[in-house]
Structures are given as C-alpha cells and as structure tokens.
Design a protein around this ligand. Structure first.
Ligand code: B1M
Length: 209
C-alpha cells in the first residue's frame, strides 16, 4: 500500500477500505505520522474540489468519515499512552462549527503529551466552555478550534467570555483552526495559537511548564 493510494482512497471517501489500507501501510513499515500527513493532504484536495464546485457536502462528509476511520487505526501508533500527568485540557469546536477532525487530532496529541482531555465536541456554545471549566476547576488549558471564517466571531466571543471569567488567571487559552492566524489570536486575547496538532501539544506543555 502506498501513501498515494491512501490519499486517493480518502479523497474518494472509501470508508470501508481506508482502515485496511492504513493497517497494510503500517505493516509494511510506513511511519504513522507520514500516513497521517497523506490523509491531511487528502482533505486539502477535498476542500479545493468543494470550493471549485466539483464535489458537494455529502462527498466532503464521506471523505471526512474515511479519514476518521483511518485515524482510528493510526491512533495507537501516534500516541504514547501516557496518563494525564500534565493536568487537564478542555477542548471543543466553537458554536456553529461542526468540523472536528483537526480538533480530534489536537486532543489526541495532547493526550499523548500527557494531558487528560475533556472533549466537549463540536458546536460548543460559550456557556458550555465556561461550565466545563467550573465543573473541572483543575483545568490548565482551554483549547478552542474554529474552521470557518463565519465562526471566527464565535471563537472571539468564547475567548472574550473566558477572559472575563473570575478564574481567568488560572487557565491558559489556546486557539487554532485553518482560518485562524497569530494576529487574530493576539487580537482576541488568546494565550497561544498553533498551526497544527503536533505543535499544539508542544506549546501546551510549554504553557504549563
Ligand atoms: Co467544511 N469547509 N464545511 N466540512 N471542510 C472547509 C473548512 C472549507 C475550507 C472547504 C473549502 O471551501 N475549501 C470551507 C470553509 C471556508 C471558509 O470558511 N473560509 C468549508 C465550508 C464552507 C463548509 C460548509 C459551510 C459547507 C456548506 O454547508 N455549504 C459546512 C459548514 C458546516 C458547519 O460547520 N456549520 C461544512 C461542512 C463540512 C463537513 C461536515 C461536510 C466536513 C466536516 C466533517 C468533520 O469534521 N467531522 C467538512 C470538511 C471535511 C471540510 C474540509 C474538506 C476538511 C477539514 C479537515 O478535516 N481538515 C475543509 C477543507 C480543508 O480544511 N482543507 C472544509 C483536516 C484537518 C486535520 O485539518 O481541521 O485544519 P484542520 O485542523 C488542523 C489545524 O487547523 C490545527 O491542527 C489541526 C491538525 O493539524 N487546529 C488546531 C485545528 N484546531 C486547532 C486547535 C488548536 C490548535 C491547532 O488549539 C486549540
């Protein structure tokens, strides 16, 4: 199984075949991060095709499902299995936004780095982020993901609400997602921004050090 073949299978949304293909690639000795890279690249192709009206939401969804199935097979090879020794991270995709592949990868890498992750899922209202902290006052980081330019205001509102909370100085706020930039993160008052899951986990460790 080649990386190119896996890339094509994800683009074409072959949900049943992708897990087997990923397992075959692992068995052949291809490194898990390389397989992940090729699946992320596949989602970029899917996004381009969607933008160009060559495919529509159902096709985009089925590719996302195929990637998720592949990630399930990869997960044990990407994570170290450490426990939550570094403390808790609350993570979620902001209100109005249903994209969770990137957020799930960030959660996975954080777990692997040694955090315990409280995953709030997608379309998370501001109040839910606040309530989750109040339910988990030992949380060290709140991570918010946004994938749409139209949900950047929801990210801003979420960070603003956290910034106004009485416990703000006890927690760090991290943001990320394709349309987010360092400048935007600075503007809305987040503590950290990273472009990908691996650097998010690295930055999280630095933040709690
Ligand atoms: Co949507 N979608 N989508 N989509 N989708 C994008 C994002 C889009 C760029 C496609 C395009 O037009 N080229 C576009 C957004 C345009 C924009 O806003 N500028 C778009 C659109 C328009 C839409 C809809 C509006 C389409 C419609 O209905 N007309 C709709 C919105 C639904 C909603 O959310 N309300 C929609 C729906 C969907 C699906 C549900 C079908 C599906 C999501 C399924 C799912 O996630 N379960 C979907 C998909 C799959 C995509 C693309 C193709 C792939 C996203 C993805 O998973 N990428 C995407 C195009 C693209 O991204 N190239 C697209 C792979 C993933 C690993 O990367 O999520 O960027 P990413 O995560 C990275 C980093 O961003 C970062 O680390 C991750 C791992 O390295 N990161 C963080 C993410 N969160 C972080 C948090 C951090 C730190 C780093 O700290 C806390």
């Amino acid at each position: 199984m080649t990386l190119q073949e896996i890339n094509t299978l994800v683009i074409n949304g072959k949900t049943r075949v992708v897990p087997t293909a990923v397992q075959e690639a692992l068995d052949e000795g291809i490194a898990a991060p390389e397989i992940l890279e090729t699946m992320i690249a596949a989602m970029d192709v899917v996004g381009e095709r969607f933008k160009n009206n060559e495919i529509f939401v159902p096709e985009m969804l089925v590719s996302a499902k195929a990637m998720k199935k592949g990630v399930e097979v990869l997960k044990p090879h990407l994570t170290s299995g450490e426990t939550g020794a570094l403390g808790k991270v609350i993570i979620g995709t902001v209100a109005g936004d249903l994209h969770d592949i990137g957020k799930n990868l960030v959660a996975m890498m954080m777990e692997s780095a040694g955090f315990e992750v409280v995953d709030l899922g997608v379309d998370v209202p501001v109040e839910r982020f606040l309530a989750a902290y109040e339910e988990n006052p030992d949380t060290r980081i709140i991570g918010c993901s946004a994938l749409l330019t139209t949900t950047m205001p929801a990210l801003e509102a979420t960070v603003a609400a956290i910034n106004a909370a009485p416990w703000r100085d006890k927690v760090k706020v991290m943001v990320g997602g394709a349309p987010i930039t360092q400048a935007f993160a600075d503007k809305i008052g987040a503590d950290a921004y990273t472009t990908d899951a691996a650097s998010a986990a690295k930055r999280a460790k630095e933040l709690v050090a």
